[in-house]
Ligand binder design. Structure first.
Ligand code: SF4
Ligand code: SF4
Length: 209
């Protein structure tokens, strides 16, 4: 099953994914019109500060299986859509009790009015995997918007395999570059980043992206 894989090392914190997400969940699907819609369409991906200085992490629903949110929802508003293996919320069944937020291990639930229930009623809102776009054969809006390739859509094992391959190319290139010198092991995160950047430069065209 395909999923959106988040690569925090590549995230620039530009928030383009959040804008694309909100527009994809608007009625108009146009950024200039979406801003004036009532209720305002909301993002379902949240770009948050990363664990170290100057890093970011795009946080979103992992569509867990089994999903704790689905298990605790008292009204049956949360269900698994089998075709795309996504955890979805039926807004009209939600009573905004926040049980789902209490058990979600990733803090991805928010509460806002949505078009299905009208501006007066707040309901649980989270990533729906862009299920409408997937049904049309498109990729999720956040992935399409991310030009840094911090968000990638594909089979999880294939994506992880491609990542391992890329890293091994970088290691080989970096050690070759040193031409017999003992490789210096970086001591900090920033040094590792600089090391990775120079290794990647040396492997331009050598690894799968
Ligand atoms: S909302 Fe949280 S608990 Fe529910 S499927 Fe998404 S990540 Fe898992
Ligand atoms: S807030 Fe809505 S979706 Fe979440 S547990 Fe309550 S009824 Fe279910």
């Amino acid at each position: 099953m395909k999923t959106v894989f988040v690569n925090p090392e590549r995230c620039l914190g530009c928030h383009q994914c959040e804008i694309a997400c909100a527009v994809a969940h608007s009625s108009s699907k146009e950024v200039s019109l979406a801003l004036w819609e009532e209720p305002l369409p909301r993002r379902r991906i949240h770009v948050e500060p990363g664990p170290t200085y100057n890093t970011s992490f795009a946080n979103k629903c992992r569509h867990c299986n089994p999903a704790p949110c689905e298990q605790v929802c008292p009204t049956g508003a949360i269900h698994r859509q089998q075709d795309h293996d996504l955890v979805l919320i039926t807004a009209t069944k939600c009573i905004a009790c926040a049980m789902c937020a209490m058990v979600c291990p990733f803090d991805v639930l928010t509460y806002y009015p949505v078009a299905e229930t009208g501006p007066q009623r707040v309901v649980a809102v989270k990533c729906d995997g862009c299920v409408d776009r997937l049904s049309r054969g498109d990729i999720p809006a956040c992935v399409e918007a991310c030009k840094a390739e911090a968000l990638v859509f594909g089979e999880l094992n294939e994506l992880l395999k491609a990542g391992r391959l890329r890293e091994s190319y970088a290691v080989v290139a970096a050690t070759t570059m040193m031409e017999g010198q003992a490789p210096a092991v970086p001591e900090t995160v920033h040094a590792w980043r600089a090391w990775g950047a120079s290794a990647e430069e040396a492997t331009q065209g050598g690894g799968e992206r």
